[in-house]
Design a protein around this ligand. Structure first.
Ligand SMILES: NC(=O)c1ccc[n+]([C@@H]2O[C@H](COP(=O)([O-])OP(=O)(O)OC[C@H]3O[C@@H](n4cnc5c(N)ncnc54)[C@H](OP(=O)(O)O)[C@@H]3O)[C@@H](O)[C@H]2O)c1
Length: 434
């Protein structure tokens, strides 16, 4: 019986669980594959301590430097769960170039080094699988790559970051004292948010996932720097309360990818906090859960829901990739990555959405007319206006919603509105899901 040798780099949260799952599923995989899948080597700074804790037999080679895994003879699959960029990049490139297949959970590596990785994989005739890098335990990449083989994917969008979803959803109907900061502290205490949550709150984490999705679907790198983003830090508690109470909506941080398939694929890609109608399935996604909506030409609308992070869900996706690679290795004709298509990235200023805008204005005649005129001049029509009679520090709060408009036109109108002497600079602007 053939034995497929696997090496795991990184014995942190995900790596340890990956090792446990690989070992626990040996018999099952042997039954399904007709081959043995054997853990042959592990790498970590603290490799001896971690290997001891995991109860690994002495036959499993232990190394401190992960780069060594790429030169060990007989390794078929390298699993990279180190985190960071430099060490994973070095390991991934040398593994792929020398014909070792690679599994990674590292969205940062994929989104920044897509072309390099693809070239290295082509050079070594090796395969690269990365299910865990987007939406953790949800097997959405395998579905997009294989399950929808008969479809054109027209849109992929959803909640790709558990930390921001935990914060936003826990502020729905929360007590009067709850704020973004207190919700973040709660998420950190529960282990759902990093000590430094900047990547999550700024939208960068979701941007990297959108980048991976775009690159997978088009075969072309879409670096994170080309994806427009807005994080959640500008949202105030009042926005959430107002959206829920008056608009029957709730904010979610949405990563969006739309693909218009022609000779050239016209691609829309961005990450924005967005007010979602309460009856939309994404509004029911709470706490640290993720959800990915897919619109496919023939399968139509689908939703994938589950845990986007955590050792169990992430290792489940990693080991699923190992299993698929074993099938590729054992199969006569493993599937090939998509050939790259021509891609044109639509400028984000062209993307169309209805908008929510909360402003603070002086309570005097003519202000509302000036605001409406600034929007009207750009062809943007107002869907609703709500004015509070309780003045706040910066003036009277006014919330308006618009019909769908181009972002560029809306931002131009907003600049004019904020330049009116009677309107404060403080404001919240959110997209709304139609
Ligand atoms: N945790 C999740 O829920 C989750 C979800 C989706 C994707 N991921 C991805 O999975 C990967 C691993 O995440 P994790 O949470 O398991 O991270 P982690 O707990 O920090 O584990 C990484 C392990 O690798 C070791 N390591 C890192 N660089 C090394 C180097 N150059 N040489 C030797 N050892 C090194 C670390 O040692 P030190 O601690 O000494 O640095 C640590 O033991 C990341 O790419 C992450 O983005 C994680």
């Amino acid at each position: 019986m053939r034995t497929i040798h696997v090496a795991v780099a990184g014995l942190g949260f995900v790596g340890r669980e990956t090792v446990r799952l690989l070992r626990a599923n040996r018999e099952r995989f042997r039954g399904r594959l007709g081959a043995d899948v054997e853990l042959a080597a592990v790498a970590d700074r603290d490799v001896h301590r971690e290997a001891r804790r995991l109860g690994l037999p002495v036959s499993v080679l232990r190394v401190r430097d992960p780069r060594r895994l790429a030169s060990l003879p007989g390794i078929d699959i390298v699993v990279e769960v180190l985190g960071g960029l430099d060490a994973p990049r070095a390991l991934a490139l040398s593994s792929l170039k020398t014909g070792r297949h690679l599994v990674t959970a590292n969205k940062r590596l994929l989104s920044h080094c897509w072309d390099e990785l693809r070239r290295a994989a082509a050079r070594g005739s090796a395969r690269l699988y990365f299910e865990a890098s987007v939406a953790g335990g949800i097997p959405v990449l395998q579905a997009l790559d294989n399950g929808f083989a008969a479809n054109r994917i027209e849109a992929v969008y959803g909640i790709l970051n558990g930390t921001t979803n935990y914060i936003l959803s826990s502020l729905e109907h929360a007590g009067p004292g709850a704020t973004m900061q207190s919700a973040l502290a709660q998420a950190q205490a529960a282990g759902f948010a990093e000590k430094d949550p900047t990547m999550d709150l700024s939208g960068e984490d979701s941007v990297q996932k959108v980048s991976v999705l775009a690159s997978l679907l088009t075969g072309r790198a879409l670096p994170p720097g080309r994806i427009a983003r807005q994080g959640i830090t500008g949202i105030e508690r009042q926005d959430i309360d107002f959206a829920l109470g008056t608009l029957s909506r709730t904010p979610r941080l949405l990563g969006v990818l739309r693909l218009d398939w022609g000779k050239t694929v016209r691609l829309e890609a961005h990450v924005f906090p967005t007010l979602v109608p309460l009856e939309h399935p994404l509004a029911a996604v709470r706490r640290q859960y993720n959800a990915v909506m897919v619109k496919a030409s023939h399968a139509d609308d689908l939703m994938f829901y589950g845990k986007g992070a955590g050792p169990g869900p992430t290792a489940s996706a990693v080991v699923g990739d190992v299993f698929m690679l074993c099938r590729d290795i054992l199969g006569a004709a493993p599937s090939k990555p998509r050939p790259p298509v021509k891609v044109e990235l639509i400028p984000v200023s062209e993307s169309v959405s209805p908008y929510y805008l909360r402003l603070f204005a002086q309570d005097k005649p003519g202000v509302l007319a000036k605001i409406a005129a600034a929007l009207g001049r750009r062809g943007i029509s107002i869907a609703s206006i709500h004015q509070s009679d309780v003045p706040a520090k910066d003036g009277v709060p006014i919330v308006l919603t618009t019909h769908p408009a181009k972002l560029g036109a809306f931002k131009a109108a907003l600049r004019e509105i904020l330049g009116l002497g009677s309107v404060a600079r403080r404001h919240t602007m959110l997209r709304m899901l139609p």
